[in-house]
Design a protein around this ligand. Structure first.
Ligand code: VG1
Ligand code: CO
Length: 542
């Protein structure tokens, strides 16, 4: 039986960079998740009888949210709901399944790299029929709807057993519980030569994959150890836990420090990688050699044709604006177009759909391709393994050759997390007010060439997205970028992205923080970070 439940709007349901993210306790309020889901369905048309995929990263409140979503989606007229067993499915696997089954869309419950648990964060995101995050036109409509909603529809029905594979009837439709890994694993086999990868591990190649107690555990166990013959124990922290073991499931040098320390030690395996809460990010570390996500994008793009799925070459390469320009140099050499988009994977969807770009990436440890419409952590690992299997060189040798050919973009991101929102907003306003006066000014040896607030024009749908971050560009290819995060849940997080280009033959040394020291100091003074946020040092450096 369909129930119509009266409700009233919450004022805080504005989707950010990647859906709606809030403290779990906010999501647990009566009607909170129901309102947002109903607002999603109210913003969509012509889905009666169609199929919806629902997945989650397994964090605390995942099962409850999925039960609610199943009832609300069926009450709104969807015909079939496809759910990963246990309510689990990684973000790239949801994207892959939407595409494989040509479903109407999907719902992903995740707050990605944010802490989980009762005191952590929760999130929800709607993905469209191409498998990618809903574009701004839809997220704006959803937000508008959340402000006027007066009722939601649901079913008067018991919970579904999320752990039993198979189809059960519910309301006027049905729910299908599927193995969350099977379709994803099959897709990977179409892109990569699994025999060659098996050969790599059979030759004695060793790696560690840290799933950070999050969603990629089952995928990595099945593919790396199961299919490819990596030694048992290759995957660590491979069982998804509702609180991610109390850790941030964020694969960076701060939260995956154990992995970094191992790869820098005498006991280092050949290769190390990690993924995040929902499986769309990747961290790549070779023995003794960390690869920045921006460099990883460039190196993957430069070598992509070694994988069968990309043997015909790349149509183009896209990166988010704060991502280093390393990938642009590869695009130039390949003679393909380089695209620069705002932060967030939703901006890559049109480029991929239109066949303008094949590989995309973000400095925040996200890389992916046209195989899905999300970034994909394990995909990046398999492409790296393909390159290592084919070139028979170490990660460090591949990096050194890359820099010798293209030059090196030294890169770091400094995050000032959970600072006062008013102070951070004032900091950005003050920077914006100075933009016109910066070009031509010199700060020591650094001369400003241009400064702007990044605006994106989508070449496919001609939409415009203004105010995506302040860029200060210096002569010689150095750059400081400032923007406020759209995924935090407390106060504001100021992200400062710092980059310096060193042409082939140059050598600023191994230490990025040292190679960027003058730019880092300038990034602080230019934006008056200490005065406006009260913080002398960033909370996270990646
Ligand atoms: C961050 C990253 C961005 C990424 C987004 C979602 O956004 O900077 O590159 O696309 O998270 O990633 P922000 O607005 O906090 O800078 V994930 O792994 O949450 O889906
Ligand atoms: Co993520």
């Amino acid at each position: 039986m369909i129930l119509t439940v009266a409700t009233q709007p919450f004022a805080d349901q504005k989707p950010g960079t990647s859906g709606l993210r809030k403290k779990t306790t906010v999501f647990q309020q009566p009607n909170y998740v129901e309102n947002f889901l109903q607002s999603i369905f109210d913003s969509l048309e012509n889905f009666a009888g169609k199929t919806l995929v629902i997945g989650g990263d397994g964090r605390f409140f995942n099962r409850e949210a999925i039960q609610k979503a199943i009832r609300i989606a069926l009450a709104n007229g969807f015909g079939r709901i496809v759910v990963g067993r246990g309510g689990l499915m990684s973000t790239p696997a949801v994207s892959a399944l939407i595409r494989a089954r040509q479903t109407f869309g999907g719902i992903i419950f995740s707050a990605s790299h944010n802490l989980g648990g009762p005191n952590g964060d929760f999130g929800v995101k709607y993905n469209i029929g191409n498998g990618g995050p809903a574009p701004e036109k839809i997220t704006d409509a959803i937000y508008a709807r959340t402000m006027t909603i007066a009722a939601y529809k649901t079913l008067d029905a018991p919970d579904i057993d999320l752990d039993a594979l198979g189809v059960v009837a519910l309301g006027a439709g049905s729910v299908e519980i599927v193995d969350p890994v099977a379709n994803y694993s099959a897709l990977m086999k179409t892109l990569f030569d699994f025999d060659a990868l098996r050969g790599l591990f059979a030759s004695g190649f060793t790696m560690r994959f840290d799933a950070m107690h999050a969603i990629t555990g089952p995928y990595a166990h099945a593919i790396l150890e199961g299919e490819l013959g990596a030694a048992p124990g290759t995957v660590v922290n491979g069982t998804p836990l509702p609180d991610f073991g109390g850790h941030h499931p964020d694969p960076n040098l701060t939260y995956a420090k154990d992995l970094y320390d191992l790869l820098m030690s005498p006991q280092a395996p050949d290769f190390g990688a990690a993924s995040d809460g929902d499986g769309d990010r990747n961290l790549i570390i070779g023995r003794g050699q960390f690869i920045t996500p921006s460099d990883s994008l460039a190196m993957l793009a430069a070598n992509a044709t070694l994988a069968p799925g990309y043997a015909k070459g790349l149509a183009g390469i896209a990166r988010s604006m704060p991502t280093s320009a390393a990938a642009d140099r590869v695009a130039a050499k390949l003679g393909v177009k380089a695209y620069e988009t705002p932060t967030g994977w939703k901006f890559f969807g049109n480029l991929l759909d239109a066949g303008l770009a094949t590989i995309c990436g973000e400095e925040s440890a996200g890389t992916g391709s046209n195989h899905v419409r999300e970034k994909d952590g394990l995909w990046a690992v398999l492409l790296w393994l393909t390159i290592l299997a084919s070139r028979r060189q170490s990660v460090a040798e591949i990096a050194r050759q890359h820099w010798a050919t293209y030059g090196r973009n030294y890169y770091t991101r400094h995050d000032f997390e959970e600072v006062d929102l008013a102070g951070a907003t004032a900091l950005m306003d003050a920077l914006r007010a100075r933009l016109a006066s910066l070009p031509g000014q010199s700060f020591g040896a650094l001369k400003v060439e241009a400064a702007d607030d990044f605006a994106y024009h989508d070449p496919v749908d001609n939409s415009d997205t203004p105010a995506q971050g302040v860029r200060v560009m210096f002569e010689g290819g150095s750059r400081i970028v400032y923007r406020l995060s759209g995924t935090g849940t407390v106060g504001a997080t100021l992200r400062v992205y710092i980059e310096r280009y060193d042409p082939p033959g140059g050598d600023l040394g191994e230490e990025a923080q040292a190679a960027l020291a003058d730019l880092i100091a300038l990034s602080r003074s230019l934006a008056e970070i200490e005065k406006r946020t009260g913080r002398k040092e960033p909370s996270v450096v990646t």
